[in-house]
Design a protein around this ligand. Sequence first.
Ligand code: HEM
Ligand code: HEM
Length: 326
Amino acid sequence: MPGVAVLPVSLGAIVKSIELPYHRGLHRFAVFTACATLALIVAGALVTSNDAGLSVPDWPTSFGSFYKMPQMVGGIKYEHSHRMVAEFIGLLTIILAVWTWRVEKRRWLRVLGLAALATVITQGILGGLTVLLFLPAPISSAHAAVAQTFFCIAVAIAVFTGRRWVQEQPRAEFDHRRPALFTLTLLSIFVLYVQLILGAMFRHHGLSWWPHVINAAVVAFVLAWTAVRAISVYPEVDAVRRPAIAMLGLMVAQLCLGFLAFITRVMWGRDAAQPELPMVVSTVVHVAVGALLLATTVVLAIQVWRYVPVAFEERVPGTDQKPVAA
Ligand code: HEM
Ligand code: HEM
């Protein structure tokens, strides 16, 4: 580009290595918390798909008790198991936040640990509220959306505490294209959130199915654009290429699962007297793969931000040179 000087510096050099210790135990614990959260999302989706949301009618107690195990029959086995797994995740999150606070040097990561704790508390309250208010669509949908947000935070903490993130000096390559790849990843996260809310509103009887299905085309377009850009322009940056390929694969799987969910829920399920197994399986897997897709896209955005940051061009007053700063 004429008149444009690219500063021969990498982000790593600018930030000049501040030696960070790698805490293997903390990282493994964060990975475990993230995996357990995915299991909790499956447990929650089983509650909704089996129409078991009100089988335990009270909260914060279960049939009047904090500790007594109810008879695990009918919908109660889904609803009560979901509550127990949720309490376990709450405990893991408290440990994660305290541990991060004690050993972590990066202040923003300590704050992220606290944000995870605040999110899980909000999620528990939303779960309780949706029971007490007889499952209103906006609250059940908010509960579905915050669940995936919490999962993304847990996955992000696992990435930030990883050995590679802590010990590697990233060689940043500035991105001069417009829209920048980072912008595309943010747009992908945005359209996925819209898709999640439209899907949840339909699943909880607050909206028809067609806005979700129409927006699936938007999601497919934006995510394919983002993945193709990442894979074709930065094939040598592993940290970017890998989540981009995973995102593309998960998106294709999710579109297929969406059609299955549609057939079993909308076409076959219309007159079903009770939840049928094919509907339960396809909708639960559709929810779980949706969560994995969102989290993978968040990881892609984080890695793009680190390895291929946006280059900003700025005119220096009094010269005809346009240096590039990032
Ligand atoms: C860490 C905390 C929690 C997470 C991550 C979580 C996650 C989820 C997820 C993913 C769903 C399925 C949403 C859907 O399929 O649309 C769900 C449903 C549900 N959760 Fe939770 N949950 C948590 C805590 C709780 C708590 C403490 C309660 C207390 C009662 C609760 C009650 C429910 C109910 C009743 C449903 C079914 C809602 C419906 O069918 O409308 N959840 N949860
Ligand atoms: C990549 C695109 C897609 C994504 C990310 C996605 C995501 C989701 C999510 C996250 C939910 C559940 C929300 C919750 O937790 O409550 C959902 C529900 C649903 N989606 Fe999708 N979806 C996609 C494409 C599709 C397509 C193409 C179809 C149909 C042709 C579809 C049909 C459905 C149906 C029927 C439900 C509700 C299931 C139920 O009522 O139990 N989805 N989707």
